[in-house]
Ligand binder design. Structure first.
Ligand code: ADP
Ligand code: MN
Length: 496
């Protein structure tokens, strides 16, 4: 008798049970399958890929996150409305706190929504205190109440409590006609502040961990907004991840609404908002008089924005002097958009990475010397991080980049920074075989116009420090800086 379903298929399976059970094999198959389904389309491994059109699917995750953020906020707003409706005038209220998506202090503080440009005025100027009239009482006749009146004071404390922070759970104190004693009020105030600080710390941690990888969600949102506004067309990927910044490449937008010229390709420098890095920078900015007044009053996040602002101002000065450098497109908070040095997404190589013909090498040297002089004399700046790492070779010439730390020569350490720059430049070109290359001391004199005669490093350094000290003493005594160090070896010019 024949089996109605035909002969059983006896072709043996090529792998053994051990193979089938093998985790190793399962993993390999899985990877193979994934590779087939999701071929490698990403050119640069890091960073968000943001596009206006929905071409690049790898940006979907980010777009989803953006939408989620917006949704969460709307959801919470709705929840707040419902909470209000349900509670009405009731003396006992039900809190929906646990249902919120964005938890108190987790959300964007309004402070963060303010553009750096708007914070030029002291952001921490205290609100004018609301005082009881100078006479110390209000009302007339037997209705007089003094500021010490317990009931009024209690109510006032209750009302003041509402000001702690928008989301701090104070309950419905006013509705219940609650009267807080000063003691209770102060205890609550203390609690509110420590709560705020605790939350800020948590927040910091979260931001720190994400900033390490690429950029934090707020920055992504900022970038997203730029694409949305048509300012940029596509953010293609990350060019560089440094200790203090992340640089992205982008194609410029087509938008004709802005009267700004849209560049075909842009570089976006995102200054990292992590706190530990900013410490390394404060020696540059702390003593820079242009930022002196602001430094002490600003929080770290704002100091980072100051770096971006500094880079923008310095680039603008250089552009005005005709020094080859990126052109500023726009500054938003800690994100600086500038022209891209390079072509077709490929950034121009750093001087340290190109092999130049001896002719080009000599050309590059002469140009560098020239630029250093221009930078000093026309821009009144010292680069302060000049080396083959921050010079790009593009279009047959040297381009200067990375000028957020640049300072004016009269900065308390300005001349030391200049000397360090000279040492880097001199060593690079001497090693590169440029016979004409001045040594570091000659270069320093050629750039600054100071005729420091010392023929050895130690004495030279000492003279530089003496000049800096003289400048500082002048500041101490006259409350003013030297307008500049003399350019012909004469004593410094004082700005009286
Ligand atoms: P960092 O402080 O991280 O050194 P930089 O301004 O030097 O920041 O930028 C880091 C790298 O990004 C540079 O070495 C360069 O390769 C690239 N880069 C920065 N700006 C531009 C630009 N405008 N065009 C092309 N590449 C750039
Ligand atoms: Mn750099």
């Amino acid at each position: 008798s024949q089996c109605p379903w035909g002969a059983p298929n006896t072709t043996s399976i090529s792998c053994s049970l051990a193979d089938v059970m093998s985790e190793q094999l399962a993993k390999e198959l899985q990877v193979e399958e994934e590779n087939a389904a999701f071929p490698e389309v990403v050119a640069v491994a890091e960073g968000p890929f943001i596009t206006g059109e929905n071409v690049d699917t790898s940006s979907d995750l980010m777009l989803a996150q953006m939408l989620q953020m917006e949704f969460d906020r709307e959801y919470d707003a709705q929840l707040r409305r419902e909470e209000k409706k349900i509670n009405g005038d009731s003396k006992v209220s039900i809190s929906f706190e646990n249902y919120r998506k964005v938890h108190p202090y987790d959300s964007d503080s309004s402070e963060d929504e303010v553009d750096w440009q708007d914070t030029r005025h002291d952001p921490y100027r205290a609100d004018k205190p609301t005082t009881t009239p100078r006479k110390g009482f209000t009302g007339k006749g037997k209705d007089i109440t003094t500021k010490h009146d317990e009931v009024v004071c209690g109510r006032k404390n209750t009302a003041r409590m509402e000001n702690f922070a928008p989301e701090f759970q104070v309950g419905d104190g006013i509705g219940m006609d609650l009267k807080l004693s000063n003691q209770v009020f102060n205890a609550l105030k203390q609690h509110a502040y420590s709560e705020e600080r605790r939350s800020a710390r948590l927040h910091e941690k979260k931001e720190h961990s994400t900033a390490e990888k690429a950029v934090d969600p707020k920055t992504r949102l900022l970038l997203y907004k730029m694409v949305n506004a048509g300012m940029l067309e596509t953010i293609t990927g990350c060019i560089s991840t440094g200790k203090e910044s992340v640089v992205f490449h982008a194609y410029g937008g087509k938008s004709a609404t802005e009267d700004k010229v849209m560049l075909p390709e842009c570089a976006i420098k995102v200054f990292k908002t992590t706190l530990n890095e900013f410490k390394n920078r404060d020696k540059y900015i702390k003593d820079d008089y242009r930022f002196k007044d602001r430094f002490s009053k600003l929080n770290p996040r704002k100091v980072i924005r100051m770096w971006a602002e500094k880079e923008m101002h310095n680039l603008t000065r250089m552009q005005d002097a005709g020094i080859p450098c990126p052109q500023v497109v726009i500054l938003k908070k800690h994100v600086l958009v500038m022209s891209f040095i390079g072509q077709d997404q490929v950034p121009a190589p750093k001087l340290k990475d190109v092999t130049l013909s001896s002719e080009d090498m000599k050309k590059a040297y002469c140009q560098t010397l020239n630029m250093m002089q221009q930078l000093y004399k026309e821009c009144n700046l010292v680069h302060a991080d000049l080396s083959e790492y921050n010079m790009l070779w593009h279009d047959g010439k040297v381009w200067l980049i990375d000028v957020s730390q640049s300072v004016e020569p009269t900065h308390p350490h300005g001349l030391e920074f200049l000397f360090r720059d000279c040492r880097n430049v001199s060593q690079f070109f001497q090693k590169g075989g440029v016979a004409e290359a001045l040594n570091e001391r000659e270069l320093f004199n050629a750039v600054s116009g100071l005729n420091i005669a010392a023929d050895n490093e130690v004495d030279f350094q000492a003279e530089i420090e003496a000049l800096e000290k003289m400048n500082e003493d002048h500041v101490q005594n006259h409350g003013k800086k030297l307008s500049m160090f003399s350019s012909n070896g004469d004593p410094p010019i004082y700005d009286e």
